[in-house]
Every structure is written in structure tokens, then in C-alpha cells.
Unconditional design. Structure first.
Length: 218
């Protein structure tokens, strides 16, 4: 993170120096910003920090559990060193050594992954906040803006009146705020019900002629 802060500071100073060289005049308006506080203070920065911590926490918990297991094995070795056979001690020591080496590799990998993700977030946020700073400086006639979050910045004193950190946070959040959602389309009117089919008249019943009466027997 410190390296990224230095890069952002260098970009700010370089931009101000270029403007000064082109204008050929003494600086008339100077501002300071804590770029690290600005990045973390934005809504995007807070969200990114939360997501980064959510990714880091489970891995850190897993590494801590592995370290506790190693500590327990070491305690077992210390307490039972006098009662264990040489073979048992050597076996336990090998296990401790293997687990320790594996843990160190896991810790290095986790740290590398964390720093890579952190760098990606800083690059993304840094580029966006730099555009806000650049526009703000141009719109308000600033000749020089210094990042006071870096110890390497040669600023011994700066009044709060020239600190633009909070203003940049406000402008960044306003610029990145989601636009108002479009009104929901009106519900489509239900289609008119089709007219009911005309009732079909039943066909007249066919009446069979009465059967002829059988002749009476005499």
C-alpha cells in the first residue's frame, strides 16, 4: 500500500509541476490531501476494504488453527521428551518440522494473494479518485496539491483550510453514486376478454314411432 501511495503522490506532484512549468508563474493556490484517508473514506473504498477483509479472515483463521496444532505438538514434545523413545521423538520432531514448513509456505502464499488483491483495488480506486482530484484542481484554480499521507512528502505544516480530503471524498461519492432507477413500466392492460361463443341449440330429439301392437291370441 505504501508503494501505491508514493506512486499517487508522485503523480500529483508531477501534474502540478507540469502545470507550473507551462504557466510560468509562481504557485498561487496550494492544497493538501491525505490520499490514503480519501481512498478509504469513499463508499467504494469502504466496500472494497470490507470485501478484502472478508476474503482474508477465513484464511487467517485457517493459518491460526494450523499454528495452534504445531504449538500443541511442540508442547507434547517438551512434556514427553524424557519418557519418549528416540524413535518417537524423531518422528514427532519430523512432523513438527514438516508442518512448520508447510505453514510458512501457506502464510507466504496468503500474504502474496492479499497484497495482489489489495494492489488491484488501489489501482482501480486510485485511477478514479485521481480523475476527481484533477478536475477539482482545474475547476478551483489549484496549482499544487500535495499528498500528506506519505512521510516522504516534504510538508511540515499545513492549515486545515487547504485540506481538500473531505471535499474529494464528497465529490467522488457524488460522482459514483448510482443514478435514480428508471420508473417501472406501466402494467399492461389485460386484453379484452373474447366474446363467449353463442350457445348451441340442442338438436330436436327424434321420436321413434310407436311399435305396432302384437295381435291378440284368440
Amino acid at each position: 500500500m505504501n508503494q501505491r501511495m508514493l506512486q499517487l503522490t508522485a503523480a500529483l506532484v508531477a501534474a502540478a509541476a507540469a502545470a507550473f512549468a507551462q504557466g510560468g508563474a509562481q504557485p498561487t493556490k496550494v492544497g493538501v490531501i491525505n490520499i490514503q484517508a480519501a481512498l478509504i473514506g469513499t463508499r467504494d473504498g469502504q466496500k472494497a476494504a470490507g470485501e478484502l477483509e472478508a476474503k482474508r479472515a477465513p484464511k487467517a483463521k485457517d493459518l491460526e488453527a494450523k499454528q495452534n496444532q504445531i504449538n500443541q505438538l511442540r508442547e507434547t514434545l517438551n512434556k514427553g521428551s524424557n519418557t519418549m523413545s528416540a524413535e518417537q521423538r524423531e518422528k514427532l520432531m519430523r512432523e513438527i518440522d514438516q508442518r512448520t514448513k508447510a505453514l510458512n509456505r501457506d502464510m507466504e502464499d496468503a500474504q502474496a494473494d492479499f497484497e495482489q488483491e489489495q494492489q488491484r483495488i488501489l489501482n482501480d480506486l486510485g485511477q478514479r479518485i485521481m480523475s476527481v482530484i484533477d478536475k477539482y484542481a482545474r475547476d478551483n484554480g489549484y496549482t499544487l496539491i500535495l499528498d500528506v499521507s506519505s512521510p516522504q512528502t516534504p510538508v511540515l505544516y499545513a492549515t486545515n483550510q487547504i485540506d481538500i480530503t473531505q471535499e474529494i471524498i464528497r465529490l467522488y461519492d457524488a460522482q459514483s453514486a448510482p443514478s435514480s432507477p428508471a420508473p417501472a413500466p406501466a402494467a399492461a392492460k389485460p386484453a379484452a376478454a373474447a366474446p363467449a361463443p353463442a350457445a348451441v341449440k340442442p338438436a330436436p330429439a327424434t321420436v321413434a314411432p310407436p311399435a305396432a301392437a302384437a295381435p291378440k291370441k284368440k
